[in-house]
Every structure is written in structure tokens, then in C-alpha cells.
Design a protein around this ligand. Structure first.
Ligand SMILES: *[C@@H]1O[C@H](CO)[C@@H](O)[C@H](O)[C@H]1NC(C)=O
Ligand SMILES: *[C@@H]1O[C@H](CO)[C@@H](O)[C@H](O)[C@H]1NC(C)=O
Ligand SMILES: *[C@@H]1O[C@H](CO)[C@@H](O)[C@H](O)[C@H]1NC(C)=O
Ligand SMILES: *[C@@H]1O[C@H](CO)[C@@H](O)[C@H](O)[C@H]1NC(C)=O
Ligand SMILES: *[C@@H]1O[C@H](CO)[C@@H](O)[C@H](O)[C@H]1NC(C)=O
Ligand SMILES: *[C@@H]1O[C@H](CO)[C@@H](O)[C@H](O)[C@H]1NC(C)=O
Ligand SMILES: *[C@@H]1O[C@H](CO)[C@@H](O)[C@H](O)[C@H]1NC(C)=O
Ligand SMILES: [Zn+2]
Ligand SMILES: [Zn+2]
Length: 845
């Protein structure tokens, strides 16, 4: 089936992509080459400083400075904090390793350790750890003006004061997460595999900043594999962190091994930098976005030096074997193993704060445990399991949908389902598809599983679109018919006089919700009545004309299509009204065009939501959580359009109850995972209250839908709020002429009544206030409560009360005053919208 697409939206999409991916404007491109050469020369000079200096050459208390950027006296960094931080890092090492720490510091650990075996620490710290940081009392607050004259401050264009630095932690604490990366092959280790390069992504937040600000940056450095400690630093134009790294080490021996290692690796890195076709301005950049550090006008950021120490595992498993088995599983049981954990001391030499991970001995172990996380392999396992669970939920959701679609196969069923409910679900699945496709950028793992779920999501979108198209074509036909009927000056030939059977199809198309401005009316005027709704049966009517056809019920098997019937009655119309009825082929075309434009709006909305979400995923914690909670709330309101449609059409049985419940649960599950599971794969913070609100909201909608089904679609709506609609469940009243009662009363010669020895008049039942009628669908009796003639208002109110609500739902009375069992007529109306007795058209249910 060909769907016309609106090319404008795709054009917009492409332009959006171009704007987003366009490279940043390069300043001073004319002297880029010379600037680059200058940069390389500066790196050589700084490497030379590293090559030549020895431990103790950088000692601020004795006025010994290092000739690399950031470590000179005129740079104005707060290097007097370094001894304090070193002492703290020492304390962390001693606490973690005990007496072994001494041999780590003087470099004798290898010999010492040969007898005892290696320390049980992970050699490969790829993975993540998370926890809380606390600000140390030795911290200060430094201002941009305090930096030396080598820092060119970016001025605020409005106030002309220096702009504050990025990553300026001023609160007393906040969340901290570190993702270590130590790649085999790409990152170097020395020959004895004692030192390795490591880089880490640090995500640090400040609880006391406005809205919970947080930053993400990269640090690079060294990992001493045998002792489990690591020193990492940022490197920028203002601060040559990686070149000064040996001087941040805790002892002479560690300085020497770090210098030897860095002398070699930095040399290689600069060589590579020279021979690359495209310039890399900073191979050790700390900015997540890449190289935009060199841009003019970008505010400076605080630099970091971080010390990590891994505590030895309490369980004395063979760590080498364990790590190998985790990475290349052969199926051997891994047994109990400790999680990847770290303690951290860090400081910012320019912004002047000292931070520490929160944990023992300063805090009780029950309160905080420094930083705890998982190795990459465990994280990948977890991600895989979550994705599998998600796929299963998706499969269930699809099976519920397909069942529902099978049930909703007839036009009169389709016209009950709200287009917008299904469209919201399709949007949700489309969003899931986009997220899964782009998720690998974030996770970098489990891609195959993710793509297969993305495929399922895409399939689900397509199934939903198919369903939407079915619904749309039925509802558009109804709308078109209604517009025809509403057209005031239509040169319609006068209808056949006084023909109550004129099958001008009734349609009570709703839909303020449809946003197409179609007025919600029902237009099947009974002869002689003012235009509007079919009147309630209980309203006085002129005596009905004799039925033009014998009231033989037309029975069709539920799974057969009646050749006479057309779903939207179009073939019936041309015979009556050829002038105003377009040929079906002509009617199809505008429907598809409309659907096509709707389809491109759908894509556009999806893409915009996705990009806004990506933008807000990196916003402050408060904005982010508000945005995603609101988005989830809107998404989880998907039953609201259905409830609304039920009310407007006065019809309650659009969807299967297992579809309602199953879809709600399977769509709530992924959201529950992110809101309630503490170590979820996206590191989203848990929030029980918000999730309780979301789940409660879905619950309220389910309750509303199901009680609409049981108690009637408008039970919670005051009269007059919704446009009047035909009421199939009226309260029946008796009057003298019987003009208000249904026509198909059981005749007095009826066998059933006869056998009971009843001599009462037609339709009289044993109980007072009840009458028996004849359902021509199943040919059985219906016993119906009737308000006796002349009853006063209080009796009517009593009958109209609560017990009657359910009883009234057992029978249905058509506008042509035929009464049926509710089950019989509903089953019938799923296939045809005409009265089984007299073939008069029925308003849709
Ligand atoms: C390091 O210093 C040695 C002398 O100590 C010198 O021969 C060598 O060229 C220097 N290497 C670099 C990269 O500066
Ligand atoms: C640094 O490396 C160079 C060769 O790249 C070598 O000549 C020099 O001796 C090394 N310096 C130190 C201190 O190891
Ligand atoms: C610092 O190094 C630069 C070259 O990078 C050199 O021009 C300058 O003289 C050095 N300063 C001192 C005090 O050694
Ligand atoms: C850090 O933030 C504090 C408080 O807002 C401010 O006074 C200080 O100037 C900032 N420091 C830098 C280097 O931006
Ligand atoms: C920076 O300040 C130092 C003194 O603190 C001075 O010796 C040096 O010349 C100044 N440099 C510049 C570029 O102004
Ligand atoms: C560490 O483990 C990760 C995850 O399995 C792997 O990708 C990486 O190559 C390993 N690094 C080293 C140095 O073995
Ligand atoms: C490797 O270890 C051996 C002995 O354990 C030592 O002699 C050698 O210097 C070490 N090499 C490096 C690069 O550390
Ligand atoms: Zn029946
Ligand atoms: Zn009828």
C-alpha cells in the first residue's frame, strides 16, 4: 500500500542532521599549521622537562617549580595543597593495603611478593565505580582572578566580569561515578605488566548547586597493576598534567617508574600526533565533546588530579584466572568474587578544592563504602539480561496487540478504538527504536541483542501503523459522511417521504479529540423530529409507521461477512442519493493523503522528541528528571484518548481487557526498571515517589476503562458535560398507550407465558414492575424492569439508582424501539450497524 509522504519533514530532518553534525568553525585557520607546530614543540619541551627532572624537583614549599604549563610560579595554581593531598592518598593506601603499602612505596613489592603470591586486586580495572564525594576542610574557594597572568580569562559579554570556571565544585558533596577504560592493545603496558595506561570518564555532580549541576570529563594516567593504585589527571593548554604526572607520585620509586613509562608512551603519542593526517590538538583532552577546548570564548574549567586505590579482595581467589575466565568464559563456575571498588582522593590545583570519596574510616561502613561498581564484563552481562527481559516484555506486548487487532477486525469495532491511544503507543515504540539504535554510543556493548530488540520495536511500530491505518480509514469515512450530512446547502434531492427506513447512516462521530474540527453530532433525524440525535426511546414519539419489511432477523455467522452489508453503508447511499455520494475510489484518495500527512507529522514529532531528549539527557539533574518524568507521564496517559472517546461516543467496549492490562504492564515495566532498579544500565537514579505517581496514574486509567465497560461509559460524567448520544440502555416507562415501550413485546399467545398459566396481558411478567420481551436474535425472552405508569419521581429515582445501573446494562433498546439482550445486540453490532428486526440503521456503539 502506497502512502504518500510529505517531503518537507524529511527535508527538515536532513537539515537538522546537517546542523547538528556540522564541524565547529575553526578560528584562525590561516595560521593553523604554525599553531600546530608550536603546540608540538611545546609538547617536546615539556617531555624534555619530564626526561630531565627528578623526584623532588617540584616542591612548592621550597620554591622549586616545574617549567611546564600550570606548574610555574606565574601560573598561580594552588600547589601548596599537593602535600596535603599526598598525605591523604598515602593514608588511603595504608588503609587498603596495610603493611604492604610500605613495600609498594619503596618499589620492593615485587621481590617481597614473590613468596606470598600477588595482591588480590584486579589487574584490569575496566569497569565503573560509583559513590559519593565529600569536600575536605582544607579546600578553598578560588576565583578566576586568582589565577596567574598566563590564564587568559574569558569575560562575560554582559557584565564584563571573568566567567566562572566549569566543574567548579563548591558544595559539600555529591554523586561521583568513574568509568575506567583499559583497552588491550590500544593502551600500553610496560614489559613486566606492572604499569598500564588508563583513562577514565568522571561524572561528578554537586548537590548544592542550582538544580543539581553535574559535569563529565576525561582523565588520563597510570595504573600500577600490582598494588592496585592509579593516578590520573586532566591535561589542557593551561595545565600539562600528564607531563607533570611523575611528580604527583607518592614516592621516589613510583616517580621513577612513572617517568620511565611516560617518557616512552608520551614520546610515541607525540610521534603519532605528528604523523596523523588531521591535527589532534590534545591527545589527552578532558572534554567529552572532543577538541573544542581551543575555541575562543569557551570558559575555562577546573583541572583535576585524582588518586585511586583499589582495596584487595577479601576472597583469596586466583585473580588472574578469575579475570581471564570473566573475560573469556569457558563455563567454569566463578564462585564468589568481590566487586570492583575504589577509594579516591582528588584535588583541583587551580580551583583549590580537595575531595575524597565518602567511606570508612571517616564514615561508618553502613553509611558509605567509597566507590563500588562492577567490571565491564559484569556490566555487560547485566545489560544483556535487561535487554533480554525487555525483549520478552515487547513480545508479550505485541501478542496482546495482535489479539486485539484480530478482535477489532470489523469497521464497527474499529470505529470504537481511539486513534490517539494507538498513535501514542506507536510513538512510544518508535522512541524506543531510536533509543536502542543510538544506545550503543552510550553503552558500547551488547550491540547484537540491542539491535534485535530495536528490530522488534520497529516491527511493533509497523504493526501499530497498520492498525492506525485501518482505524483511520473507518473513522475518516464516518467523518466524511458526517460532513456530507452537515453540509447545509447541499442540493440533495428531497428524501423519499416518510421513509423511516431510509438508511442514511447515523454517525455520531466524536471528536474534539480528533483535532479536525469535526463537530460532534449525530445526524439521523427521525421523521418529523428536529435534526439531531435519535431521540431516546422513552421520549414520546408519533406512532410508528408499519414496518415496511417483515421483521425477519437476518442472522449471519459471526465470522462471515454479509454480502449485503457495507461497513460504512456507502453502497446503500448511491441508490438514494447519487448526487452527493462520491465513488468509493474517490473517497479513498483523500483518506490516504490525510493519513500520509499524519504519518509525516508522526515522524516529525518522534524525531523532535528524540532530539530534545538527547539534549536534556545532559542537562542539570533537576531539569533532566523533571523532563523525563513529564515525558513518561504523557506517554503513560495513552488510555486517556480512549476514555475520552468512550465518553463522547457513549460506548464502552472498544478494547479487550487483557489487552488493556497486558499493554499497561508491559509498557510500565521498562519505566519501572529505570525508576526502581538501583544499578540499572543507564545509571539513572532511583525515584520511588515519581514511579508511584506514574503507576498510580496508569492504574486510574485502567480502572476508568474497565468501569466504563461495566458501569457505562459515562458513569463518572455529569449529564450535559458530554454531547448527547443515543442511550441504548434507557429506563423503560409504561404509559397508557404503550407508546414508550419497545415494540417487540412477547405476544399473549407465547408458549412460555402460556405454560406458566399466565392470563395477563401482553408482555406482563410475574414480578410487578417487570415486563417480558422477545429478543429476535436469540429468540429468547428478556425480562426487563419497567417503571409503572403514573409512578412519581421518587420511584423513578429509586429505579434509576445503583442497582438498576447493572440491570439496565443487560438489555439494549434501538432507536427504532426494538429491544434485545445486550450480549446479542453487541455481538450483532460488531458486524453490522442495522437493526436485525427492521434493518433501520443504528448509531454505533
Ligand atoms: C632524555 O634525556 C636524555 C639524557 O638524559 C637524552 O639523551 C634524550 O634525548 C632525552 N629524551 C627526550 C625525549 O627528551
Ligand atoms: C626517555 O626516552 C629516551 C628515548 O626515547 C631515552 O633516550 C631517555 O634516556 C629516556 N629518559 C629516561 C629518563 O628514561
Ligand atoms: C621554560 O621553557 C621554555 C621553553 O618551553 C623556555 O623558553 C624557558 O626559558 C624555560 N624557563 C626556565 C625558567 O627554564
Ligand atoms: C567557583 O564558585 C564560587 C562560588 O560560586 C565562585 O565564588 C568562584 O569564583 C568560582 N571559582 C572559579 C574559579 O570559577
Ligand atoms: C606575570 O607575572 C609575573 C609576576 O607574577 C611577571 O614576572 C611576568 O612578567 C608576568 N607575565 C606577563 C606575561 O605579564
Ligand atoms: C580489560 O577488560 C576489558 C573488558 O573485557 C577489555 O576490553 C580490555 O581489553 C581489557 N584490558 C586489558 C589490558 O586486558
Ligand atoms: C622487569 O622485571 C625484572 C625483574 O623482575 C627487572 O629486572 C626489569 O628491570 C623489569 N623491567 C621493567 C621494564 O620494569
Ligand atoms: Zn438475545
Ligand atoms: Zn428496529
Amino acid at each position: 500500500m502506497e502512502v504518500r509522504r510529505d517531503p518537507r519533514s524529511f527535508l527538515f530532518f536532513i537539515i537538522l542532521l546537517l546542523i547538528i553534525n556540522s564541524p565547529e568553525p575553526q578560528q584562525q585557520s590561516f595560521n593553523t599549521r604554525s599553531r600546530y607546530d608550536e603546540l608540538i614543540q611545546r609538547e617536546w619541551d615539556q617531555l624534555d622537562v619530564l626526561n630531565r627532572t627528578r623526584y623532588g624537583d617540584f616542591d612548592v614549599s621550597r620554591k622549586k617549580w616545574l617549567n611546564v604549563s600550570g606548574c610555574r610560579v606565574e601560573d598561580g595554581f594552588a600547589w601548596d595543597l599537593l602535600p596535603t593531598v599526598r598525605t591523604k592518598a598515602n593514608a588511603h593506601g595504608k588503609q587498603a593495603l596495610g603493611n604492604t603499602w610500605r613495600s609498594v612505596l619503596d618499589g620492593t613489592m615485587n621481590q617481597h611478593d614473590l613468596e606470598e603470591g600477588k595482591l588480590p586486586v584486579y589487574r584490569n580495572i575496566s569497569g565503573y565505580v560509583e559513590g559519593q564525594w565529600v569536600r575536605d576542610p582544607s579546600s578553598r574557594v578560588r576565583h578566576p582572578q586568582d589565577m596567574g597572568n598566563t590564564t587568559h580569562l574569558a569575560k562575560d559579554p554582559f557584565t564584563n566580569t571573568p566567567m566562572e570556571f566549569d566543574r567548579n565544585l563548591t558544595g559539600a558533596g555529591g554523586p561521583l561515578r568513574v568509568h575506567f577504560t583499559q583497552l588491550d592493545g590500544k593502551m600500553r603496558t610496560d614489559l613486566n605488566k606492572t604499569i598500564g595506561e588508563v583513562s577514565a570518564k568522571v561524572v561528578v555532580g554537586d548537590d548544592q548547586s542550582f538544580g543539581g549541576n553535574w559535569w563529565e570529563f576525561y582523565v588520563h594516567g597510570l595504573h600500577f597493576k600490582d598494588s592496585g593504585h592509579a593516578v590520573l589527571t586532566t591535561t589542557s593548554e593551561r595545565f600539562a598534567g600528564i607531563f607533570a604526572l611523575p611528580h604527583f607520585q607518592l614516592s621516589h620509586e613510583l616517580h621513577d617508574s612513572a617517568r620511565d613509562f611516560l617518557n616512552w608512551t608520551i614520546h610515541q603519542t607525540i610521534d603519532r600526533q605528528i604523523h596523523r593526517p588531521f591535527p589532534i590538538w590534545n591527545p589527552w583532552t578532558s572534554s567529552a565533546a572532543g577538541n573544542n577546548e581551543d575555541m575562543v570564548g569557551v570558559a575555562h574549567h577546573c583541572e583535576f588530579v585524582l588518586y585511586f586505590q583499589q582495596p584487595p579482595s577479601g576472597r583469596t581467589a586466583d585473580i588472574d584466572w578469575l579475570e581471564y575466565e570473566m573475560r573469556f568464559p569457558t563455563g567454569a563456575p566463578l564462585g564468589p568474587r568481590s566487586r570492583l571498588s575504589m577509594s579516591m582522593v582528588g584535588f583541583s590545583p587551580d580551583c583549590g578544592y580537595v575531595i575524597e570519596s565518602k567511606g570508612p574510616p571517616d564514615y561508618a561502613p553502613s553509611e558509605a563504602q567509597h566507590l563500588v561498581g562492577a567490571k565491564t564484563e559484569e556490566y555487560n552481562d547485566r545489560a544483556r539480561h535487561s535487554i533480554t527481559a525487555f525483549a520478552i516484555a515487547f513480545a508479550f506486548q505485541l501478542s496482546f496487540l495482535i489479539k486485539q487487532m484480530k478482535e477489532t477486525a470489523t469497521p464497527s469495532m474499529r470505529s470504537r478504538v481511539s486513534f490517539y491511544t494507538i498513535a501514542m503507543m506507536a510513538l512510544g515504540d518508535g522512541f524506543t527504536f531510536l533509543v536502542l539504535i543510538f544506545m550503543y554510543l552510550f553503552l558500547g556493548t551488547a550491540q547484537l541483542a540491542m539491535y534485535s530488540v530495536a528490530f522488534v520495536a520497529l516491527f511493533s511500530v509497523l504493526v501499530h501503523l497498520r492498525f492506525l491505518m485501518d482505524i483511520w480509514s473507518v473513522q475518516a469515512a464516518e467523518r466524511a459522511r458526517q460532513e456530507r450530512q452537515n453540509a447545509p446547502a447541499a442540493p440533495t434531492p428531497p428524501p423519499a417521504p416518510a421513509a423511516p427506513t431510509a438508511p442514511t447512516a447515523p454517525s455520531d462521530l466524536p471528536l474534539a479529540a480528533d483535532a479536525f474540527g469535526t463537530p460532534a453530532t449525530v445526524a439521523r433525524p427521525p421523521p418529523g423530529a428536529p435534526p439531531g440525535l435519535p431521540l431516546p426511546v422513552t421520549a414520546p414519539r408519533p406512532p410508528p409507521p408499519p414496518p415496511p419489511r417483515p421483521p425477519t432477523p437476518i442472522l449471519i455467522a459471526p465470522d462471515q461477512d454479509d454480502p449485503l452489508s457495507d461497513d460504512d453503508d456507502t453502497p446503500l447511499l448511491p441508490t438514494r442519493n447519487p448526487a452527493t455520494t462520491p465513488a468509493p475510489a474517490q473517497a479513498e484518495t483523500p483518506t490516504r493523503a490525510e493519513f500520509g500527512s499524519l504519518y509525516s507529522r508522526f515522524c516529525l514529532l518522534l524525531i523532535i522528541t528524540f532530539f530534545v531528549s538527547i539534549q536534556l539527557a545532559t542537562a542539570r539533574t533537576l531539569y533532566r528528571s523533571v523532563y523525563f518524568s513529564v515525558l513518561s507521564f504523557i506517554y503513560l496517559s495513552f488510555w486517556v484518548p480512549q476514555i475520552y472517546r468512550n465518553v463522547m461516543r457513549n460506548c464502552g467496549r472498544a478494547l479487550r481487557w487483557d489487552y488493556i492490562i497486558g499493554t499497561s504492564i508491559t509498557r510500565l515495566l521498562p519505566i519501572a526498571y529505570f525508576y526502581m532498579k538501583a544499578d540499572n544500565v543507564l545509571f539513572a537514579g532511583t525515584d520511588w515517589q515519581t514511579f508511584a505517581v506514574l503507576a498510580g496514574w496508569v492504574w486510574i486509567q485502567i480502572v476508568a476503562l474497565i468501569s466504563q465497560n461495566v458501569l457505562g461509559p459515562r458513569f463518572f460524567i455529569k449529564e450535559g458535560w458530554a454531547p448527547p448520544a443515543y442511550d441504548y440502555h434507557p429506563i423503560l416507562r409504561e404509559d397508557e398507550e404503550g407508546a414508550l415501550l419497545p415494540l417487540n413485546a412477547t405476544s399473549s399467545s407465547d408458549d412460555a407465558i402460556e405454560s406458566e398459566g399466565s392470563s395477563k396481558s401482553a408482555g406482563e411478567a410475574k414480578d410487578k414492575g417487570k415486563k417480558v420481551f422477545d429478543c429476535s436474535i436469540c429468540a429468547m425472552d428478556i425480562e426487563v424492569p419497567v417503571v409503572p405508569a403514573g409512578a412519581d419521581e421518587s420511584t423513578v429515582a429509586g429505579i434509576a439508582g445503583t442497582s438498576m445501573v447493572l440491570q439496565r446494562r443487560l438489555y439494549m433498546v434501538t432507536p427504532c424501539r426494538h429491544i434485545f439482550h445486550a450480549n446479542c445486540l453487541e455481538g450483532w453490532m460488531r458486524y453490522r450497524l442495522i437493526c436485525p428486526n427492521c434493518r433501520e440503521a443504528l448509531p454505533p456503539l
